[in-house]
Design a protein around this ligand. Structure first.
Ligand SMILES: [Zn+2]
Length: 510
């Protein structure tokens, strides 16, 4: 495969309410990856969207006394409105209830599975959790209630269309074990392999139109049923590329792409690692290449939830603390494995320690030194900057460490490698004591002058390098840092404060 094309998606959240911080986490992770690959020179398509057809949206609209259309439009707009304040470099957004590509694409996907003989009708009785949009067996429940939502499921008995998932168990296991379908981290991969190993039961891919309250995509040729929302929602990853409509993008970004990467939360792992690849296999389409699975954010140790009063409004957070601080907390503090507990105190502390005091202070110190000792013109170096080994190592290692960390979805480790440049550079300013060299130069030492030139040149090129390495994570700050210095021989504009010190505000977080 010679293509370098990379297709990168977030899951499409259901829009029964406004977005919370957990959504922002996934968006920002995907954006950092998209920017990283683009910077490497790979063509990237970064896609997100909204799942409008969930039954949960219907129930939320009924509870609020508005039409489903009004509810999904309002909440989808709130999701789309995050793209600007979060500095997301999104290429495409698909809405499953209104995008003309989606309806035609899902019908085609259904037909392709039907043509493979994988769809059949049968009577079914099961325990259904609307919160999960999934059936549970008695043994999967936690003392009779949904383990995720803590509510008893409904008993549903009806005639449904089923998908022959059992047929694909061996193929899925092979793809995952061979690494052609890579699941990170390894614990999630093992979880999926164990689930497949225990045997895959066929699953229901439609529901009665009455139970769906008439909302959703009708089953082709069977108006008594609508297509199960997960079959519909998962399809967005190919319908947005024109599957079933104009397929030129499909061959570029799906069938012929080097990597097809889905970012997702642990709660929807089974749908992405089992159901979705099986549907694709049935339809004769290539499987995703990478599933990067993140854990959840908590507030005061509890899962973020609207009903539990532990929600965090990312729009308010961004208005209070700005893009850089929010992105930095999400990327720098959330661990690869395990839930991360959010608080505004932690966000403010992290931003002040590492952005204002760390990176901001570095850039302003270097700017001040160049301005004081070289009239703001960045000097050329004629010798190696003395004692700079640790700093140069941090700079040399950062790209490789970042690449390795991002390939497994470890954003904390990736930003750690970039942060190390700033930490080493601040140490270097203190250790190399340029002010003493400036004194010696004024006293007539030419060697001191040459050393000072080399140190200042090294510090400026470090700041430029830092701006470049930071770009995937903090694109706004990266641009401001890069704009601090002038061209060779010209005075630097400098001077602007990069990060304001934050003080705690009480509005955003529960
Ligand atoms: Zn549930």
């Amino acid at each position: 495969m010679n293509s370098r094309h990379i297709y990168l998606t977030t899951t499409i959240p259901y829009v029964n309410a406004a977005p919370h911080l957990g959504h922002a986490l996934e968006f920002v992770q995907a954006d950092a990856l998209a920017r990283h690959y683009r910077r490497r020179g790979d063509p990237v398509r970064f896609q997100t969207g909204t799942d409008d057809n969930s039954l949960k949206n219907v129930l939320a609209a009924e509870a609020a006394g508005v039409s489903v259309r009004e509810l999904v439009d309002a909440n989808a707009a709130a999701f789309e409105a995050l793209a600007g304040p979060l500095s997301l470099s999104v290429d495409d957004v698909i809405r499953t209830s209104s995008d003309p590509r989606h309806l035609a694409g899902v019908e085609r996907l259904w037909q392709a599975c039907a043509d493979s003989g994988d769809l059949y009708r049968r009577h079914y009785e099961g325990l259904y959790c609307v919160g999960c949009e999934a059936f549970y067996t008695q043994s999967e429940l936690d003392r009779g209630v949904c383990p995720d939502h803590g509510v008893p499921p409904q008993l549903v008995a009806e005639e449904n269309w089923f998908f022959r998932l059992s047929k694909y168990a061996d193929r899925l296991g092979d793809e995952i074990r061979a690494g052609r379908l890579r699941i990170e981290p390894a614990g999630r991969r093992n979880e999926v392999l164990a689930f497949i190993g225990a045997g895959l039961a066929d699953f229901s891919v439609s529901r009665s139109t009455a139970r769906a309250h008439g909302w959703g995509i009708p089953v082709p040729g069977d108006p008594s049923q609508v297509i199960y929302v997960w079959f519909d929602a998962l399809g967005n990853y190919v319908t947005a590329l024109g599957y079933g409509t104009d397929e030129s993008n499909l061959s570029r970004w799906w069938s012929g792409a080097r990597r097809r990467i889905h970012l997702l939360g642990k709660g929807v792992l089974r749908f992405h690692a089992v159901y979705w690849p099986a549907i694709l296999a049935s339809a004769g389409l290539p499987l995703p290449t990478d599933l990067l699975v993140h854990d959840h954010l908590t507030v005061q140790g509890r899962k973020i939830s609207k009903s539990g009063g532990t929600t965090v409004d990312p729009a308010a957070l961004l208005a209070d603390y700005g893009t850089d601080a929010v992105r930095w907390w999400l990327l720098r503090e959330v661990p690869r494995i395990g839930d991360a507990d959010f608080s505004s105190e932690r966000l403010v502390a992290r931003a002040n320690d590492e952005l204002a005091n760390g990176i901001g202070n570095l850039v302003s110190r270097v700017c001040g030194l160049v301005s004081r000792y070289r009239s703001a013109v960045v000097p050329a170096a004629e010798c190696l900057p003395p004692g700079s080994d640790a700093l140069l190592d941090a700079r040399r290692n950062a790209p490789e460490l970042t690449e390795a960390a991002l390939s497994v979805g470890d954003f904390r480790r990736a930003t750690g490698a970039v942060w190390a440049i700033a930490a080493e550079a601040n140490r270097y300013v203190s250790q190399s004591r340029p002010w003493l060299l400036a004194d010696a130069e004024r006293g007539g030492s030419q060697q001191a002058g040459r050393d000072l030139d080399a140190i200042l040149a090294c510090l400026v090129s470090t700041c430029r390098d830092l701006a470049c390495q930071l770009e995937p994570f903090l694109p706004d700050a990266s641009e401001r840092i890069a704009a601090t210095w002038g061209r060779p021989g010209e005075p630097s504009p400098g001077g602007r404060q990069l990060f304001t010190r934050l003080t705690l505000r009480g509005t955003a977080a529960g």
